[in-house]
Design a protein around this ligand. Structure first.
Ligand code: HEC
Length: 118
């Protein structure tokens, strides 16, 4: 009996995660995030990669940006976009980005952060 319960919970959780991924993907494009961070959240020389960074990190960043915490002009710019996001939006976006499927680690050019905000 307990096994069946655990099984059901696992299935429900799996579907919930899938929904979160899809909602996050939709939000990423609908809010113009892709315009700066790239269609695969891969980043560029000016904007940081977001794909496959840790969920807790992305979530904290977005919550801080939304609260207006910014130490540079580029962070202020980011704040404008984060202000529009609800808690649920941040949850879905950070889930989607941290589980991003389109970018492989080998493809990532991650020397961008050093150049950003400095
Ligand atoms: C106008 C360009 C622009 C748009 C649009 C934009 N961002 Fe950003 N974003 C930036 C820049 C620039 C930074 C780097 C800020 C800094 O200096 O730390 C950044 C940083 C971030 C970070 C922190 C990344 C890290 O590794 O520190 C996250 C998370 C993020 N953006 C998510 C989003 C999301 C989600 C959206 C859409 C709602 C979005 N961004 C839209 C320009 C943009």
């Amino acid at each position: 009996m307990r096994f069946i319960l655990v099984f059901i919970i696992l299935i429900v959780q799996l579907y919930a995660d899938k929904d979160s991924y899809n909602r996050g993907e939709m939000l990423f494009f609908a809010n113009g995030c892709s315009g700066c961070h790239g269609p695969s959240a891969e980043g560029s020389s000016t904007y940081p990669r977001l794909a496959n960074k840790k969920q807790v990190y992305l979530k904290k960043k977005l919550i801080d940006f939304r609260a207006g915490k910014a130490q540079s002009v580029s962070q202020q710019m980011m704040s404008q976009f984060a202000k529009k996001l609800s808690d649920k939006n941040i949850e879905d976006l950070s889930y989607f980005l941290s589980h991003h499927k389109k970018v492989k680690y080998e493809d990532i050019n991650d020397d961008v952060l050093g150049g950003v905000g400095s």
